[in-house]
Each structure stands twice: as C-alpha cells, then as structure tokens.
Design a protein around this ligand. Structure first.
Ligand SMILES: Cc1ncc(COP(=O)(O)O)c(C=O)c1O
Length: 356
C-alpha cells in the first residue's frame, strides 16, 4: 500500500483510476477506446457536456459564465488570460504570493502593464498579504488562491472594485467559494480535477471583447466559447478522467463534504507538525494551506533520513519543492484520512527513534 503525497500530477481516487483504465480498453461498451473516438462524436459530446454540467453544479457557477476545457495547463493561462482581459492601454493588478503567482506576473508583463499590488516575497512567501490598496482602474486583480509550493492559501478573498481573477490550480473543488465574486477562474487539472494536459477556465462572458486586441484564434476565449471547447481537438482523455473524478466528487456529496474532510486532514497533520520536536511548519499559521502542507526539519540530515524512513513505509512524494526544501505533503481531495494518519504515525515513530 502506497500513499502518494505528490503535489501534481497527484493522486485521484482509486475508483477513478479503475474506471479510466476501463475506458481506455472499452469506452462505455462501445468496443472502442476513449483514446480513439472522435472528439466530434456524440459519445464524446456527452462526456463534454456532462463534465461542464458537473463543474457548474459542483461549484455553483451562476449564469453568465462560460466553462472552457483547454490545453496548455495553467501556464498557458498565465499568458492567455491577459491576452483576453487586459486592454492594450489598460493595466492589471497582480498579487505576488509565490512562484506561480510570480510566473503569472512575468507572463502578463510581456502582454501589457502590470502593477504588483501586494507581495509576500520579503518573507519568502510564507504569508498572504493584508491591507493593500487596489486601484479602481485595474482591468482585473489576479491572485493565486493556493500557493502550491509555499503552502499558503487565501481564506478570505479581497473585496475589489475590479474583477477578481484567480489561479485556483491547487485548491479548486477542495472548498466552497462564491464563483460570482470572480471575473475569471482558471486551473490546471492535475490536482483535484484530473490528469495533466487540461486547464479549466471559468470566465464571465461580459468581461470579454474589451481589450482592443486581435488574437490568434487558438488564444481567443471567445473562439473556444463559440465552439464549446471544440475549436480544435481538446484533451479528450483528460476531460474524460475529469468527468469520472467529478462524478466521484458528486457521489461523495460534493464540495462542501470534501471541504469538511480537508479541514480535518489538514488539522491532524498540522497538529502533529506543531507537536513534533523535529519538524516545523513554514507558513504563517492563519494562512496555512489545507492542500499543500509544507514543513521542514532543523537539519538537512534529519530531512534526508525522514524521507527514507517515510518511503520505507510507503509514504511517497513528500520531498519539498527546491525553493523551500524540507517536505510538502499534498493532501488533495483523494487523500484519505488513513493516509494522513499513516504520515502522522511515521512522524511520531521517527521522533521516538531519533530521541533514543
Ligand atoms: C498554483 C499553480 N499554478 C500554476 C501551475 C502550473 O501549472 P501547469 O503545469 O499546468 O502549467 C501550478 C503547477 O503546479 C500551480 O500549482
């Protein structure tokens, strides 16, 4: 038995893997693989519309928003979003809260004017900034709702006079939030949605068509909206697996139910980190991510030893990102409380052995 704490690509529920495997061999009794059917077939059309429907239902997406399933991951959105929302003469506001937020900033700067309205770079991105001004003439304010690498998360979103845009790659579907507070949301799929190779974009229709830019069709949200994500061949397998995962989420009771589980899993793990004399969490306590639990030990030796110790117990994917070091336990929706308990047990055993 292995528990995989990888940050992404990451675990999905075992039943989703099993159903995806079936679909590769024989998609819903068609005698064909999901990998070989046309993206314009009725069968795939049903996959796409059910997937869209489930996104709407599970997140409570109100009318007036389009749902897109695009290629290029979240990184493509770092560029595609300003191309579609930032007017040639306008400026956009960005919050600099980590590596991904920073990449989003750098890409947007290639497209137009960007103002960084707040940053937590001064303390190695260990906190979510508070108390900053948001100029009223921004085309939008961009933030990264969960900072996968540094393990910080926005638990309150800024109230803005301008459209709020969020990269929700690593916390979408993990907690309840009000979509109507956002102008656009995007997410790479490979955490709580599905396999890599897919980005979900939820965009408020009335924000489009205001930039004065003429875009290549492939980068134009409006083209994808008009074609209902079939402007070209979409990532069919990733969309299919996302559908299976969203069905799983719905059968569990939806986002509110997994949110409660996620709160408990995160609490159990942070409590152990705080208690254990060998480990220390890096993020500001009130901003600690429920998805990516980042912690360190006092020395590199202890860190390497614990990684081996954990690996021997089937706990994998715990090595922290190179910019923080230490450990990162990603406890997405599909991670069970048993997995978290197994990690906690390993931390306690390791401490006992270490002290002897
Ligand atoms: C918050 C966040 N944004 C963006 C990305 C980049 O996503 P992709 O690799 O799909 O481009 C990641 C990847 O982990 C992420 O965690």
């Amino acid at each position: 038995m292995k528990y995989n704490f990888c940050a992404g690509p990451s675990i999905l529920p075992p039943e989703v893997f099993a159903d995806a495997a079936k679909g590769v061999l024989d998609f819903e009794g068609s005698g064909l693989s999901i990998l070989e059917i046309s993206h314009r077939s009725d069968a795939f059309g049903s996959v796409l519309s059910e997937c869209e429907q489930l996104v709407r239902e599970l997140l409570g997406v109100p009318g007036g928003y389009s749902i897109l399933f695009l290629q290029g991951g979240a990184s493509a959105q770092f560029a595609q979003l300003p191309l579609n929302l930032l007017p040639i003469e306008g400026r956009a506001g960005y919050m600099d809260t980590g590596v991904w937020a920073n990449k989003a900033i750098r890409e947007a700067q290639k497209i137009g004017r960007v103002d960084v309205v707040a940053s937590s770079a001064d303390q190695n991105y260990t906190y979510i900034p508070q108390g900053y001004d948001i100029p009223e003439d921004l085309a939008y304010l961009h933030l990264t709702s969960n900072n996968t690498i540094y393990g910080t998360e926005f638990f309150e979103f800024p109230v803005t006079p301008v459209p709020l845009v969020s990269d929700m790659s690593s916390d979408i579907f993990s907690r309840v939030f009000d979509v109507s507070k956002f102008g656009t949301i995007y997410a790479g799929a490979q955490k709580n949605l599905g396999p890599a190779g897919l980005a979900l974009v939820i965009v408020k229709d009335d924000l489009l068509g205001r930039t004065g830019r003429v875009l290549p069709s492939i980068f134009d949200y409006q083209q994808h909206i008009s074609a209902r994500s079939l402007y070209h061949t979409p990532p069919v397998f990733a969309i299919y697996v996302a559908l299976l995962n969203l069905r799983w989420l719905k059968a569990k009771g939806g986002v509110a139910v997994v949110e409660q589980e996620n709160i408990i899993k995160a609490r159990v793990l942070y409590e152990e980190i705080d208690r254990n004399s060998l480990f220390r969490a890096t993020a500001n306590p009130s901003d600690r991510s429920r998805m990516n639990v980042v912690f360190v030990a006092d020395t590199k030796e202890v860190e390497s030893e614990f990684l081996v110790f954990a690996q021997q117990r089937g706990l994998v994917g715990l090595k922290g990102h190179r910019s923080v070091g230490g450990f990162r336990a990603s406890i997405y929706n599909a991670m069970t409380i048993q997995g978290v308990n197994a990690l906690v047990d390993a931390m306690q055993e390791f401490e006992d052995q270490y002290k002897r």
